[in-house]
Write a protein that binds this ligand. Structure first.
Ligand code: NAD
Length: 515
């Protein structure tokens, strides 16, 4: 970038201990508006020292936050919920300016994040333990859940608000303190959220943000005070984070990439299926971990379905997310070029290019990172169009003869994040939800993102670790269970004199049993 551009670019700093914190590493990255191709910000990239400062702030805030009453914690959460709800348009505008997704979609992302905040507002109920009276004579047993301490969250570019919100409302509600490292591609949303927490009354140091890349991530993974890491991103980095985080003794949940299949049976409502394929294939320019990228059509309905999809694609508007378009640009020029390269690869491999996104009319600046919606038919399972996660507006149709072939395709795929089946046969749908090896399943629903009170997460290479995000799995991830066995003598049984006098001696070196 030119020196002039740097001069005008807004500096995006860290947020540590309740204040913005200039980076000391002298490393910084460009942040773009993908719809204009212009640099709009320079984000500080943390070295180990900045991560250490954020972790120290979080560790310093932990003892008091962990002791804050449930009433005090929920008051902050409710205040945060109210502020976020009242000002969600501001956050959506920040997302659109750095990610590129259209405003309505950005608002949808914030709304889904808000649902997790609302779930976390119920923490007094969620943290209730069990109590068993008189498991033995005058002995009771009860369970409690306590926070784990300083938790790290590392998030991807495609949901700069929602994905961090899958974790931090629950983590904070449970009494933990947080260091968030958002994607360096669209970092401003995290800073805006940090200020909102402060406004909501969260004590300084409970929520910290460090910007950065591998250097910051590695320090979070190694830092002995960081007790857990919640990661979302591509599969190779998710695996790396899981392996290194667990090696360093941390609890890790690492959500990875995806290749989501939508299976259409011959009896499906084809108009419903066509709408769903277009919405789930091209929403957010295909940059969703739950986007549909493989459409598996069973039997003779493929021609009809492809025709209906093509018809709908003609009507899609692509352009600047601040205008009234259906789809925005891709996040960076490099990513746009990579996604576009699959169009040549697909054609060369023999797939039929039905709609070429490079020819789509664009309502935006020439320098934006554009690629219109693209449809391939007759894609083979060995083609890179199918074997790789493209993460762009490219939908591939695979034709199969039977349900069993469709199921085998989905189950043989290394990813297992989301899938959908379209059919009017309840028995077939039921069989699919039973047999498919995927974490989130939609039946005539194309993007089956679970509500906040269920848990989000895939199977196979889409998730490393045992815990999915939010819901009760989130509460368990951010707490440790403790079971207390207690005996209180009845006042009538207590000795009034020296120990032992007034009741029979009960010395017994055998293993405790119950009576
Ligand atoms: P990414 O893996 O490139 O980056 C994710 C995070 O890891 C970022 O914070 C980034 O700074 C950091 N990072 C990047 N390279 C690193 C390295 N070498 N070492 C350590 N840290 C590194 O992912 P992305 O491009 O930001 O996001 C898109 C990916 O995220 C897609 O693969 C998508 O499927 C996936 N995703 C998955 C889910 C899910 O729920 N499974 C949700 C959203 C996105």
């Amino acid at each position: 970038m030119m020196a002039d551009e740097h001069k005008n670019a807004n500096r995006i700093t860290h947020w540590i201990d309740g204040a913005s914190w200039d980076g000391i590493s002298a490393r910084a990255g460009d942040v773009f508006n993908p719809a204009t191709g212009q640099v709009t910000g320079r984000v500080d990239l943390a070295s180990a020292a900045e991560v250490d400062a954020a972790v120290a702030a979080a560790a310093g805030a932990f003892p008091q936050w962990r002791q804050a009453s449930l009433t005090a914690r929920t008051q902050v959460l409710f205040a945060f919920r109210e502020l976020l709800n009242a000002r969600k348009e501001e956050l959506a505008a920040i997302i659109t300016a750095e990610h590129g997704k259209v405003l309505s979609d950005a608002l949808g992302e914030v709304t889904r994040g808000l649902e997790v905040v609302e779930f976390a507002c119920g923490i007094p109920h969620l943290l209730k333990g069990g109590f068993s009276e008189s498991v033995s004579t005058k002995v009771d047993v009860y369970s409690i859940r306590q926070p784990v301490g300083v938790v790290g969250i590392i998030s991807p570019f495609n949901f700069p608000a929602m994905v961090p919100m899958w974790f931090f409302p629950v983590a904070i509600a449970c009494g933990n303190t947080v260091v968030l490292k958002p994607s360096e591609k669209d970092p401003s949303a995290a800073l805006w959220v940090a200020r909102l927490w402060q406004e909501a009354g969260l004590p300084d140091g409970v929520f910290n943000v460090v910007h950065g890349d591998k250097e910051a991530v590695d320090q979070l993974l190694e830092h002995p005070v960081v007790r857990s890491v919640s990661f979302v991103g591509s599969t190779p980095i998710a695996r790396y984070v899981y392996e290194n985080g667990t090696r360093a003794g941390k609890r890790v949940q690492a959500l990875g990439g995806a290749k989501n299949h939508m299976v259409v049976l011959p009896d499906a409502d084809l108009d419903l299926a066509a709408d769903a394929a277009v919405n789930a294939g091209f929403g957010s320019a295909g940059e969703r971990c739950m986007a549909i990228s493989a459409l598996v059509v069973v039997g003779p309905v493929a021609d009809a379905l492809v025709g209906k999809i093509r018809q709908r694609m003609d009507g899609l508007t692509v352009g600047d997310g601040t205008r009234d378009c259906d789809m925005g640009p891709l996040v960076t020029e490099a990513h746009r070029d990579k996604v576009a390269s699959y169009l040549d690869a697909g054609t060369a491999a023999g797939a039929e290019l039905v709609v070429d996104g490079r020819e789509h009319k664009i309502d935006g600046a020439d320098e934006g990172f554009w690629l219109g919606p693209t449809l391939f038919d007759r894609v083979g399972p060995d083609m890179s169009l199918y074997t790789e996660e493209i993460f762009g507006p490219v939908l591939s149709v695979l034709r199969v003869e039977t349900y069993d072939e469709a199921l085998a395709l989905v189950n043989d795929n290394p990813y297992g994040n989301g899938t959908a089946i379209f059919t009017n046969d309840g028995g077939a749908a039921r069989r699919y939800q039973n047999e498919v090896e995927v974490g989130m399943v939609g039946i005539n629903v194309p993007i089956p993102v679970p509500m906040a009170y269920y848990s989000f997460g895939g199977w196979k290479h889409s998730l490393f670790g045992d815990s999915h995000a939010h819901g009760m799995e989130g509460v368990h991830f951010f707490t440790r269970g403790k079971v207390v066995t207690s005996r209180w003598l009845d006042p009538a049984d207590r000795s009034s004199g020296p120990a032992g006098i007034g009741r029979d001696s009960a010395v017994n070196l055998g293993f405790p049993t119950h009576d």
